[in-house]
Write a protein that binds this ligand. Structure first.
Ligand SMILES: Nc1ncnc2c1ncn2[C@@H]1O[C@H](COP(=O)(O)OP(=O)(O)O)[C@@H](O)[C@H]1O
Ligand SMILES: [Mg+2]
Length: 250
C-alpha cells in the first residue's frame, strides 16, 4: 500500500471562522476513501486545498513527491493534470454540447487543441459511461442521470490518477444515486483510479469505500475501514451512523 495524497496538520480559517483545525489524513493509492461530516465542516474546503485552489494557513498536502501547498502556479497547473475533480453542484455548461463540455478540460487542463484527438477521447469516454453517440446533444436534452454521467466523463477524460468527487449523489433520487455509486466503483476497479469522495449518503459510502474519514470540529475524528468506523465510540460518528440505521428501519 502506498500513500498518494497525504494531508498533515492542515489549518484553514476564514476571518474568525476556524474551519480546518489540524487535519491529518492519508489517501492510499487505488482505494476509495469517503469523507463524511456535517454540512459546513469544511469538506469542500479540504478538497479545494488538495488541488491548490485554496491555500491553508498551516500544514501541508503532498501528492506523491509534490508539495501541493507550496507549489507555484506553474506546478499547480501541472499537478491538476493528475486530478479529475467534480465540485459540489457542478453542472455541465448549458450552452455547450456534450462534446464541447467534455473537450473543455482537454483544452484547458491538458492544452490539447487537436480536434481529432478531442473526438477520439470524447467518443471513448461516452462509450465507457454507456452513452455512445450523444456528442451533439445539449444538456437540456438529457435526463438528470445522463447529465451526471457526462459530468463523470468530463472529469475522467484527462486520464487523471485521482478522482475527487464532491457530493456526486446529492439531489439525485436513490436509483440515480446508485448509478453514480456504481460508476465510481467502475472508475476505481476498471481504470485503477484512487477515488476520494464527499457524500451524505452514509449507507452507500459504507458499502463502496475502502476507507471512511469523519470530519468533525476541524479534525478527522475517525478514520478506518467501514467495519472499524462502524464501531467508533466518537459521539458525532455514532450519531451519524445511528441516524442512517434508523432511516433504514423506517
Ligand atoms: N471562500 C470562502 N470564504 C469564506 N468562507 C468560506 C469559504 N469557503 C467556505 N467557507 C466557509 O467554510 C465553512 C466550510 O465550508 P465547506 O467546506 O463548503 O463545508 P462542507 O463540509 O459542507 O463542504 C462554511 O462555514 C463556509 O461558509
Ligand atoms: Mg461541501
Amino acid at each position: 500500500m502506498s500513500a498518494i495524497v497525504t494531508v498533515t496538520n492542515l489549518h484553514k480559517r476564514f476571518g474568525s471562522l476556524v474551519v480546518l483545525n489540524g487535519i491529518d489524513v492519508t489517501f492510499e493509492q487505488g482505494q476509495i476513501t469517503t469523507i463524511i461530516g456535517q454540512s459546513g465542516t469544511g469538506k469542500s474546503v479540504l478538497f479545494k486545498n488538495m488541488i491548490g485552489i485554496l491555500k491553508p494557513d498551516r500544514g501541508e498536502i503532498w501528492y506523491r513527491d509534490t508539495c501541493v501547498t507550496r507549489a507555484s502556479e506553474d506546478e499547480l497547473i501541472e499537478l491538476r493534470r493528475s486530478f479529475g475533480y467534480s465540485f459540489q453542484g457542478a453542472a455541465l455548461f448549458d450552452s455547450m454540447t456534450v462534446a464541447e463540455n467534455i473537450a473543455f478540460p482537454l483544452r484547458e487542463v491538458l492544452g490539447i487543441r487537436d480536434k481529432r484527438e478531442h473526438s477520439k477521447r470524447i467518443a471513448e469516454m461516452l462509450e465507457w459511461i454507456g452513452l455512445p453517440g450523444i456528442e451533439s446533444k445539449y444538456p437540456v436534452e438529457l435526463s438528470g442521470g445522463m447529465r451526471k454521467r457526462v459530468g463523470v466523463a468530463r472529469s475522467l477524460v484527462t486520464k487523471p490518477e485521482v478522482l475527487l468527487f464532491d457530493e456526486p449523489t446529492t439531489g439525485l433520487d436513490p436509483v440515480l444515486g446508485e448509478t453514480i455509486n456504481d460508476l465510481v466503483v467502475r472508475v476505481n476497479e476498471e481504470l485503477g483510479l484512487t477515488c476520494i469522495l464527499i457524500t451524505h449518503d452514509i449507507q452507500a459510502s459504507f458499502r463502496i469505500s475502502d476507507r471512511i474519514a469523519f470530519l468533525s470540529d476541524g479534525v478527522i475524528a475517525e478514520e478506518g475501514t467501514p467495519q472499524s468506523v462502524s464501531k467508533s465510540e466518537h459521539p458525532m460518528v455514532r450519531k451519524f451512523i445511528e441516524n442512517s440505521f434508523s432511516l433504514l428501519e423506517v
